[in-house]
Design a protein. Structure first.
Lengths: 151, 405
């Protein structure tokens, strides 16, 4: 049986306690809001994309459960310094991981540290907590002014 | 004598294990479990008596109609309605409130009028009034609450005016457990010329409700929070008021004569029961009422107070726990936040220990806004809960704290 420790891995607990890239960026050219009405999780993402199309900097603010905060923190680490052209693929890879069959082993090569969130598959009501930040970042990338939701 | 083992034995669902641990169901404010007698009543209807009501002349229809109307009679007696004509079945408390807002509100609330509700209402007693006020140009006023989660009665007195057409108040708050002084509020509202709707969705399985003694104009509740089926509830309305109200929905059963030129509406209570009702649900509701009567509110009240006192004493000494809702008059609800663990993480963690609680805004977002929390964890108790289950909850909270330590 799945153990709680597999959901609340130390990495997740750490990122929740001390989220990376937390707070407003001094300079940014994209931003978006995310909101999960069922949980009350609120997120704001800031993005600085340079002329070469590289995500130069990214940060987030907001409040939510440990899964949503840790996921946002890990996401900022995963996309910072990477080309914007690769974002959609990353988004899809993450989305696939958290909704895939339990038997499927997460592709750690592609996912890197994000693989620690694979445990949410076991907790269907918590998947939305993990993906809210990704939907919000997507809104920021596309300059959508609609508040991102996961449903 | 309150025989907890016998009562637990009446609820088959409680016998199961969750993730290898005995189930401790502490989410009774969301919905209560169903005793075997209610399950059997619903099954028996479908196995033996299923037919439409108020229509056929055949044996099954006669039986279905008799059982359906017998349930109405039981429910009328339970709430001390003046007659069965005051008992209108709905899909639940939410639909009952929408019925009142649409039919009574649409006819009586005009531009410049006020509807007075409270800060601790469930969304279902906020949104229908907001929608109505927007439609007719009336104003929604809100009685504030204090830090314990009690209504500030001086503010209620001050907000009540000759412009107030209706006061909508929750009898017992699902998010806080607060029991409101509805009787005195009704008296004051009537003195000011306003009608009163009491939302009894949370209260009716815990408190004896007498609509005549309260002098409520409308009292609504849902069967599923009273050990009955989901999808059915009731509006108890004052007959003189119901008589003057236009129908809510059109259809069969609510008419006495239909031609293309004109339709004559049926008498009470059928005027407000368009379409085939939830017959099995109503029959199950009637049985649930009998079940509650079999235990009696004296025993229920005493037992539930013991449990809440036990849980509250534990909560008060639990490190890092802040209770949300500490009203002097409260029942069955322990709403709280832990300083180190978000309510949703808590919900998931205690679930793995077999403990079912609710984590969220409890359909009362303004209450969360008042206490400046995004959500709370809520354990809510019922007649079948035990001290051992409360212990399981607090052991699970310790475990959650350890994970986040």
């Amino acid at each position: 049986m799945f153990d709680l420790r597999d959901l609340y891995l130390q990495v997740i607990v750490d990122h929740n306690k001390a989220p990376r890239n937390f707070g407003k960026l001094a300079r940014f050219n994209h931003e978006a809001d995310g909101y999960n009405p069922l949980c009350g999780d609120k997120l704001h993402v800031y993005l600085d994309i340079n002329d070469a199309g590289i995500i130069e900097d990214v940060s987030f603010e907001g409040e939510g459960c440990a899964i949503s905060v840790a996921s946002a923190s890990l996401m900022t680490e995963a996309v910072k310094g990477t080309p914007l052209s690769g974002f959609q693929k990353k988004f899809e890879t993450f989305q696939h991981m958290v909704t895939a069959d339990l038997e499927e082993t997460p592709d750690e090569e592609k996912l890197g540290k994000l693989a620690v969130l694979a445990g949410v598959r076991e907790f269907p009501s918590r998947i939305k907590c993990a993906v809210l930040c990704w939907h919000t970042l997507k809104s920021a990338v596309t300059d959508s002014h609609v508040v991102a939701k996961t449903e | 004598m309150f025989d907890i083992e016998k009562i637990r034995g009446d609820f088959p669902i409680l016998k199961q294990e969750i993730y290898g641990k005995p189930l401790a169901y502490l989410d009774n404010a969301a919905t209560t479990q169903k005793p075997q007698c209610v399950i059997d009543a619903v099954t028996c209807y479908y196995e033996h008596d299923n037919a439409n009501v108020h229509r056929g002349v055949h044996a099954l229809s006669e039986r279905a109609t008799a059982d359906y109307e017998a349930a109405r009679k039981k429910i009328a007696f339970f709430f001390n309605a003046r007659s069965e004509r005051e008992v209108i079945f709905t899909r639940g408390a939410t639909e009952a409130i929408n019925l009142i807002a649409s039919s009574w509100g649409g006819a009586h609330i005009k531009a410049g009028d006020e509807v007075l509700i409270t800060h601790m209402e469930h969304h279902s007693n906020i949104v229908p009034w907001q929608m109505l006020c927007e439609r007719v140009g009336a104003t929604l006023k809100v009685v504030p609450i204090n830090d314990r989660g009690e209504l500030i009665m001086d503010e209620f007195d001050a907000l009540l005016s000759e412009r107030t057409r209706l006061v909508g108040v929750v009898h017992m708050s699902n998010a806080l457990g607060t029991i409101n002084p509805v009787k005195s509020m009704i008296e004051k509202a009537h003195a000011a010329g306003a009608a009163v709707l009491v939302d009894g969705a949370q209260a009716a399985s815990h408190l004896l409700v007498d609509v005549q003694s309260l002098d409520a104009d409308f009292y609504v509740t849902s069967a599923h929070k009273m050990y009955g089926p989901t999808g059915v509830g009731v509006l108890i309305g004052r007959e003189q008021i119901l008589e003057t109200m236009p129908p809510y929905q059109g259809g069969c059963d609510m008419i006495s004569m239909v031609t293309f030129e004109k339709t004559e509406y049926n008498d009470l209570p059928y005027k407000f029961e368009a379409g085939t009702p939830h017959i099995a649900g109503v029959i199950g509701f009637g049985k649930a009422i009998e079940y509650i009567q079999g235990i009696g509110f004296d025993a229920i009240g005493q037992r539930e107070k013991e449990l809440l006192d036990y849980a509250t004493a534990k909560a008060e000494v639990f490190d890092g726990l802040r209770q949300i809702g500490t009203a002097k008059e409260k029942a069955c609800v322990l709403s709280f936040v832990l300083d180190s663990v978000h309510p949703h993480d808590l919900g998931t963690i205690v679930d793995r220990e077999g403990v079912a609680i609710r984590a969220g805004h409890h359909c009362a977002m303004p209450v969360m806004q008042f206490f400046k929390v995004p959500a709370t964890a809520r354990a809510s108790f019922s007649i079948y809960n035990t001290e051992a289950e409360v212990d399981m909850l607090f052991a699970a909270l310790k475990k959650a704290q350890a994970i986040f330590a």
